[in-house]
Design a binder for this molecule. Structure first.
Ligand SMILES: [Zn+2]
Length: 146
């Protein structure tokens, strides 16, 4: 089995977690624990909302899909919601955010984080970002605005 094949489709995971949430309505569910998988097994990056071919690239403040040439300014919203879902609502560090979204630099990562106006905790290197208060709306946000 190749490395790629081992990775899980986050869409499937989310679909299942959504139905679990619907049935049991707990406060939160540790999705990784539930499926006994680790973060390394998750396919990361901002997926193109149109062709879902592969992670998009950050270019001049937008997201570019090299496969279908879609240019989006907000394709990362869903990915950010995914990150918080996978992180079980635990605040994330800039580094985690940058790696998950495949961002080229901590500076760009920080800028995107700031643009999301997320609640923060800690300072300097210990700064972490919390899911937005209206997390449900954020997670439900559909990428139809591109
Ligand atoms: Zn595409």
């Amino acid at each position: 089995m190749s490395y790629k094949e081992k990775q899980l489709d986050i869409k499937t995971l989310k679909k299942v977690s959504k139905s679990i949430l619907k049935e049991h309505t707990p406060e939160s569910i540790d999705i990784l624990k539930f499926y006994k998988i680790s973060m390394d097994e998750i396919l990361t990056g901002v997926l193109c909302p149109v062709c879902i071919a592969k992670p998009m690239e950050r270019r001049d403040g937008s997201w570019l899909c090299e496969a279908c040439r879609l240019l989006s300014s907000n394709a990362h919203f869903k990915t950010v919601a995914d990150l918080f879902l996978l992180n079980n609502g635990v605040p994330v560090f800039n580094k985690q955010f940058r790696e998950f979204l495949h961002l080229p630099s901590p500076h760009i990562s920080r800028r995107i984080l700031e643009s999301l106006n997320l609640p923060q905790t800690g300072t300097g290197k210990g700064r972490r970002y919390l899911p937005p208060p209206s997390y449900q709306d954020f997670a439900e946000l559909d990428i139809q605005l591109y």
